[in-house]
Design a protein around this ligand. Structure first.
Ligand SMILES: [Zn+2]
Length: 272
């Protein structure tokens, strides 16, 4: 088992060879991949792809970059799309104060509105956070209880986790998983390596964010879900743990987070 908890197969960089990329992922041992929505069009497309491929699941949401475009009508549509059987989370949502492509006020509004949708449809959230460590934490801490955080229920995942270990442990206490991506393999990633080496595997997922964030060995090229293996191998090496253990345990975390086993089968059977 190996799960890419965050990729964007609907990106135009996969326009010509998405099927091949999915086949290469399967060859690399990837058993499931989550293709993440970032605006309305990419959310709809994520569902189309997931509906056509057994190993692909979808999320729907509007990225902080596009927060200023989110209308009330979009919010209604997201809630409707979220009922689709292969939609496993709301996201990616959050705050990005690095690029500030939407005004911060709009980012907060879109973030909170989509957290409310997640609560209403009872799905976990996929969080994008950049240069906004404490601000994102504060918003999520406000919403953790209503999102249903409990001893054994994960309520979301910090995608390509950008912070340090002490913040990671605070997120874990809140009910979040920490997702490790390709940059952990870069030479200057000491902070991320400390996180990847210490966070319990029961709270860790691995991801590619393909077509972005290629691991060191293919840096400069398009990334793809098969490369999640390179991330898991690197984490295994860091921890001095067998690769199989990291692959299996992070896949279990992703399955629990996104409800990829009985839950999805049940929903596909039409219980919601
Ligand atoms: Zn992403």
């Amino acid at each position: 088992m190996l799960i890419d908890s965050h990729c964007h197969l609907q990106d135009r960089k996969f326009k010509d060879d998405m099927g091949d990329a999915i086949a290469r992922a399967a060859e690399a041992g990837v058993t499931a991949m989550i293709t993440i929505g970032y605006d309305m069009a990419s959310s709809r497309r994520a569902i189309e792809i997931a509906d056509a491929r057994d190993s692909v699941y979808a999320t729907v949401g509007v990225h902080p970059h596009d927060a200023k475009t989110l209308t009330t009508k979009d919010g209604d549509e997201l809630a409707r799309l979220a009922e689709s059987p292969k939609v496993v989370a709301i996201g990616e949502i959050g705050l990005d104060f690095f690029r500030d492509l939407s005004p911060r006020e709009d980012q907060y509004l879109a973030f909170r509105e989509q957290l409310a949708i997640a609560r209403a449809v009872k799905l976990p959230v996929v969080i994008h956070s950049r240069n906004a460590d404490e601000e994102v934490y504060e918003v999520l801490a406000e919403h953790a209880e209503e999102l249903g955080a409990s001893e054994d229920r994960l309520i979301g995942v910090m995608h390509c986790y950008p912070g340090d270990l002490s913040l990671a442990l605070r997120y874990i206490r809140l009910g979040f998983a920490i997702s490790i991506a390709g940059p952990v393999t870069y030479a200057k990633s000491n902070v991320t390596r400390a996180v990847a080496g210490a966070v319990p595997l029961t709270s860790m997922t691995v991801e590619t964010d393909a077509p972005y964030l290629p691991p060191q060995r293919i840096r400069g090229q398009r990334n793809e879900p098969a490369q999640v293996r390179a991330v898991a191998e690197f984490v295994a090496q860091l921890r001095g743990t067998p690769y199989e253990t990291v692959a299996e345990e992070t896949a279990k975390t992703a399955s629990r987070l996104f409800g990829l086993t009985a839950d999805v089968a049940e929903r596909a059977g039409g219980t919601r």
